[in-house]
Design a protein around this ligand. Structure first.
Ligand SMILES: Cc1ncc(COP(=O)(O)O)c(C=O)c1O
Length: 451
């Protein structure tokens, strides 16, 4: 009985999968917030290098991975695909559950898959420093690691509540040479304008980082999710999953992942979505988001800013409103008002399903998973574990040998304060305020209706 399916290093993908080439219809373009016209590469050059801008707008179905990036991927890739035999037994389900574990990367999550690529293209463009935001600290630590590998400086604006909850993530950022601020700061106009939200949010931290990058020629901005090029880089996860599942002689009926800005889920499913579109496969895709920040299940499909203050191009996405500040849940990486436009388009088309999971239910599922499989999951993938367990129980109910693939995007070793709160019975299900969302939606920017 095999438990772990590990591909050889030579099987690290040689190109990233660009789903944009296969999506039905013309994608809605991002808009320049000033003119309302489609945003072109020139809107992005102040903060991104051309190599990444080309990927952002590419319609090629594959983009070659530079050798320098693949060499660094070898430090942890291919990541293992693991059959959750013990969880299956615990649930007494006929379902076959597999998980693709991205927690083996040096930073403990999928985030370095894009961080290394982004640092590479910025280094190639002669950039000296990268500035970014981080929610739970996963992206900030991944970018700090990647910058160190390419000799770049790294400055991180960390969402206030996570800065307080996760001091060891800060220490990781510093260990790899990056510097880190508690956002909102008084270092930027954006931060000063949001001083009344001391918990911070990803939207606020993005505004701060973009402002710093836009003001300096040798400094660029790096985003850890949402954009096409970030989802593109993460497709190494799905491609390896297809190859490893082949080793197991199986193909998933359903693929489940958590959704913050959408990058790990996109990276996991896009190669499978392409197989549905091209080869007539019928895999289902299920994204799990927090009930306290339910972008895909309760948000409005509209053009909105990617950040709180309104500095980014307008993107077509499900949104809770760019200045909606989500409750301070422990899955800090899922506290984002919007989602990747490409993923939102798939939800809108009915190709991808979404479900909202309450925080305590996510932790209950995570503890159950840890007691069977050993790995202590990050609070973000804990949401996907809850959805996976529900799928496995539904398969039992239906008497089906359903094959489920779960994206386990990272470990929770720096989230033990949240686990401690859960064990002490102090973890709460945070309220989602429909009224606050409506209030924020009243401030959506002027743009063509796409609902
Ligand atoms: C472990 C982990 N999973 C998931 C996410 C959510 O981001 P995304 O939806 O872009 O994968 C994060 C973000 O910080 C994370 O750290």
């Amino acid at each position: 009985m095999t438990t772990k399916y590990v591909l050889d290093e030579s099987r690290i993908p040689t190109s990233w999968v660009n789903l944009m080439a296969d999506l039905p219809g013309e994608p809605l373009p991002p808009l320049n917030p000033g003119t309302g016209q489609p945003a072109g590469p020139e809107d992005l050059t102040p903060i991104f290098p051309m190599g990444l801008i080309e990927q952002e707008v590419s319609t090629e179905s594959e983009v070659e991975i530079p050798d320098e990036v693949r060499e660094i991927y070898k430090l942890w890739r291919p990541t293992p695909l693991i059959r959750a035999h013990r969880l299956e037994r615990e649930l007494d389900t006929p379902a076959h559950i597999y998980y693709k574990y991205e927690g083996v990367s040096p930073a403990g999550s999928h985030k370095p898959n894009s961080a290394v690529a982004q640092a590479y293209y910025n280094k190639e463009a002669g950039i000296r420093k990268l500035v970014t935001e981080t929610g739970a600290g996963q992206w900030g630590s991944a970018l700090s690691l990647a910058c160190r590998m390419f000799g770049l400086e790294c400055e991180v604006f960390m969402v206030g509540v996570s800065y307080d909850q996760k001091p060891y993530r800060r220490a990781m950022i510093e260990t790899w040479g990056g510097s880190v601020h508690r956002s909102p700061t008084d270092l930027t106009d954006a931060g000063r304008s949001q001083a009344s939200h001391p918990t911070g949010s990803l939207g606020i931290a993005i505004s701060e980082a973009v402002e710093v990058a836009a003001k300096s020629d040798d400094t660029n901005y790096a985003l850890g999710s949402v954009l096409n090029h970030v989802c593109l880089h993460q497709t190494v996860i799905g491609q390896e999953s297809i190859a490893a599942m082949e080793m197991a002689g199986e193909y998933p009926d359903v693929v489940v992942g958590c959704v913050g800005g959408g990058s790990n889920f996109a990276g996991l499913i896009y190669p499978f979505v392409r197989a549905n579109l091209r080869q007539g496969k019928t895999t289902r895709f299920l994204g799990a988001e927090p009930a306290a920040c339910p972008t895909l299940t309760r948000g409005t499909y509209a053009y909105d800013f990617g950040d709180t203050v309104g500095m980014t191009p307008l993107m077509p996405m499900y949104t809770l409103g760019h200045d909606f500040v989500p409750a301070p849940l422990h899955a800090g990486g899922l506290r984002y008002h919007g989602d990747a436009p490409s993923l939102c388009a798939l939800v809108k088309e009915g190709i991808v399903e979404a479900t909202a999971v309450a925080q305590t239910a996510a932790f209950e599922a995570a503890v159950r998973f840890a007691s069977c499989e050993g790995i202590i999951p990050g609070p973000e993938p804990a949401h996907a574990i809850k959805a996976t367990i529900d799928e496995a129980l539904a398969a039992k109910e239906a008497g089906e040998e359903r094959v489920i693939l779960l994206g386990l995007s990272g470990h929770g070793h720096f989230d033990m304060a949240a686990y401690a709160a859960y064990h002490a019975g102090e973890l709460e299900d945070l309220e989602f305020s429909e009224a606050e969302m409506q209030d924020a939606l009243d401030r959506l920017p002027e743009a063509p209706s796409i609902a």
